[in-house]
Design a binder for this molecule. Structure first.
Ligand code: SDX
Length: 355
């Protein structure tokens, strides 16, 4: 079954979830894509309505959890808080020891629903504000922006956030999904498998790249500085955050969509500044690494998503947690698949040379 959760053609730049192309999926609600990933088929209207109602109804977190979030230090990365709180909330889940498909689906819905609330609550407390209760009538993307800002987002921003979650939702056996899958393969519980994914996603070579991209764009400050900045990094053989990929040897299809969305936001806000810096970075990397050295170092999923967060006033500290909000559906899809196999993943050391 795992073979059809995700299909990637790294040479042609094709990505599909359950055989549906990412360019089609990105036009759907995140709830529909999450349903597709964890239940295997796109929902019909009635199924989607029921699933969304369950998901949105599970967004609240209880007072004990809020109290623990309040105890988190205020200057840590939101991924450290998220990792801690997801571990903590498992004890409140009545299904924690129910490994039946129905019990696992109930846990999946709680995790997908509550992770945005945890991220937003920590973010607001870390900024001296009281957390806001989720709005069950808003989409996944709109509700998250509402919970961090305290005001409902524009339709464009809500759509961009929804698309971000979809583009981040699944990507075959990337490091964090593999990590979740290994944990599930021991028949450990779903919360433990998701915590494994969170711990792995945090690394700067993986999900942590988005915040690094944002910091890089901030440091470059204007398009005219981009070329010299990138040439210096290349001269020092430093990796350029948001570029390169183990599988894609051409443009990451998600990066293409994120680039279009970031331009849309820039034009809607009448401010091309961050977009032009990003384009200047991309042009220099393509010219210096792809064209001159033949290295397939193209923008990946984390480059223009970092630009989008600049336009949406989302701080670098939240970038990886936003990735996790989208990716949790993919982790769970792989865990469900592994639970069906009931077989431990136990590679041999010599295989590491190939990884
Ligand atoms: C994600 O696996 C997934 O699917 C991940 C992900 C997902 O959806 O889950 O797509 C999400 O993690 C995207 C990647 C985010 N990380 C970054 O943007 C960090 C910067 N990127 C690099 O660290 C790197 O490109 C990786 C980690 C993404 C992939 O690295 P590989 O496949 O291990 O490639 P490599 O390190 O072996 O590099 C091969 C060559 C090297 O040059 P040489 O030593 O052969 O001369 O390419 C060069 C590298 O120096 N190279 C880069 C580069 N990435 C590779 N040079 C400059 N900048 C870069 N970003």
């Amino acid at each position: 079954m795992s073979k059809n959760i995700c299909f990637i053609d790294g040479l042609e730049g094709i990505l599909k979830y359950r055989e549906i192309d990412i360019n089609q999926l990105v036009e759907l609600p995140y709830d529909a894509v999450s349903y597709l990933l964890i239940l295997g088929e796109l929902p019909v209207d009635q199924e989607l309505a029921e699933y969304s109602s369950r998901l949105h109804g599970e967004r609240e977190i209880n007072r004990e959890v809020m109290d623990i979030i309040r105890m988190c230090k205020l200057n840590i990365d939101s991924m450290e808080a998220l990792r801690t709180i997801v571990s903590f909330i498992s004890q409140f889940d009545p299904d924690i020891n129910d490994s039946s498909p129905e019990g696992n689906l109930r846990k999946a819905i709680r995790l997908i629903a509550k992770i945005p609330t945890i991220v937003a609550a920590y973010y607001r407390m870390a900024n001296g504000k009281e957390p806001l209760p989720p709005d069950r009538f808003l989409s996944h993307g709109a509700n998250f922006l509402y919970m961090i800002r305290g005001s409902k987002p524009s339709q464009l921003e809500a759509e961009v956030m929804e698309k971000d979650f979809i583009l981040s939702a699944e990507h075959e056996l990337n490091a964090s999904t593999f990590s979740s899958r290994v944990t599930a393969s021991t028949l450990s519980d779903l919360y433990s498998a998701v915590v494994s994914g969170l711990c792995t996603l945090k690394g700067p070579l993986h999900g942590g790249a988005r915040s690094e991209v944002m910091n890089m764009i901030e440091e470059i400050a204007c398009p005219e500085n981009a070329e010299e900045f990138i040439l210096e990094k290349i001269a020092k053989k430093e990796k350029i955050m948001g570029f390169g990929h183990r599988v894609y040897k051409t443009y990451d299809p998600r990066g293409m969509i994120f680039k279009q969305l970031s331009r849309q936001l820039a034009e809607a806000k009448g401010d091309m500044h961050w977009y032009e810096i990003a384009e200047a970075i991309e042009n220099t990397v393509i010219r210096e690494l792809v064209e001159k050295k033949g290295k397939p170092i193209y923008p990946n999923v984390d480059f223009y998503s970092g630009v989008i967060y600049k336009y949406m006033d989302i701080p670098p500290q939240l970038a990886t947690s936003i990735f996790a909000i989208g990716r949790v559906s993919g982790w769970i899809a792989h865990c469900f698949d592994q639970y069906e196999k009931k077989r431990i993943i136990r590679p041999r050391a010599f295989m590491l040379d190939e990884c």
